[in-house]
Design a protein around this ligand. Structure first.
Ligand SMILES: O=c1[nH]c(=O)c2[nH]c(=O)[nH]c2[nH]1
Length: 311
């Protein structure tokens, strides 16, 4: 992790500043085809810079104002005359701040992309109409003055559910255990994933401006396909843990430039409904009627990395 650490009167001091949640939308118009392309980004930037005097001497002469940081997002968006991925834009911003300001040693840029998707009207792609999807594309670029790079991408709020082919058996049973073993239950989760790319320098990332957009779509596809299995019959899940591991492994095996992946997969419970009065059963559960819940939920997370990589 990039750090700016100082010894102050025998104490350690670390600081950073920036602007969080800068919202920008960028539209690109292809005048030939009439098609419009757009993205909406929520950008957060932290600068690591030597501006200790602002903290201890009321001297702001080294501070890049957070208002300036915000303005820069719009200037750079304007300058991007061709479509590009959130990752490329994050790297571009990080490179700007670390090369334009001598006191800035590293920039941490986070972007969350809003899932605007081109609308289909009677199966035909609309030229300039978009509707909001569900899961969000995220990225973080940490750019050092040297051109060193740590690039991660991810997905948030990817909600998936299957109505069968899931069970949970053989777990610890003791005097606190009430959960029955089962080979038939619902499996629902909201996947949060982040994966690290192996590119270590700004200069070594692929040139194609939409490379990481395509990677995002491909990683999502591998995660979803592994979760569900084939359309006919699916695939059995012995636990959220087992499915999580298979999803992580499938991503690592499919993409040579991904060196690590972290997955968070809460187990969102659908409880069997059984209702009875004192005398008789009113609703008897037969793998049909469930009580959907969102809390409490099981919390299951893990990171899978190649030997030489850390998340
Ligand atoms: O897939 C599961 N993993 C668990 O760790 C767990 N714990 C639990 O109560 N149900 C489940 N299901």
């Amino acid at each position: 992790m990039a750090r700016e650490e100082h010894q102050l009167e025998g104490l350690n001091f670390e600081q950073r500043h920036g602007k969080a949640r800068v919202r920008v939308a960028r539209v690109w118009r292809d005048t030939k085809s009439g098609n419009h392309y757009m993205v909406e980004w929520n950008v957060s930037i932290s600068l690591l810079s030597d501006c200790l005097n602002a903290y201890v001497r009321d001297d702001n002469s080294d501070i890049v104002a957070t208002d300036t940081i915000k303005n820069t997002v719009y200037v750079k968006a304007k300058e991007c005359t061709e479509q590009l991925s959130a990752e490329k834009f994050a790297v571009l911003l990080g490179t700007h701040f670390t090369s334009f300001y001598k006191q800035v040693t590293a920039a941490i840029v986070n972007i969350v992309e809003k899932p605007w998707e081109r609308v289909l009207i009677d199966g035909q792609q609309h030229q300039h109409g978009f509707q909001l999807g569900s899961e969000r594309h995220t990225t973080e670029a940490i750019v050092k003055k040297s051109g060193g790079l740590q690039l991660t991408s991810g997905v948030e709020a990817l909600s998936v559910l299957k109505t069968t082919q899931s069970g949970f058996e053989g777990f610890v049973r003791d005097k606190y255990t009430a959960l029955p073993e089962t080979r038939e239950r619902m499996l629902a989760t909201e996947v949060t994933a982040s994966w690290k790319y192996s590119y270590e320098y700004v200069s070594s990332i692929p040139q194609n401006p939409l490379y990481f957009t395509q990677r995002y779509l491909d990683v999502k596809k591998v995660l979803v396909n592994t979760f569900f299995g084939p359309p006919k019959g699916g695939v059995y899940s012995a636990s959220v843990q087992s499915t999580l591991f298979q999803m992580a492994k499938a991503v690592i095996n499919s993409f040579p430039d991904i060196s690590a992946i972290r997955l968070k997969m809460p187990n969102i419970h659908f409880l069997p409904v059984n209702i009875s009065s004192k005398d008789n059963s009113i609703v008897k559960f037969n793998d049909d009627v469930y009580l959907p819940t969102d809390e409490p939920h099981g919390s299951i997370e893990a990171t899978l990395s190649r030997f030489w990589s850390k998340m």
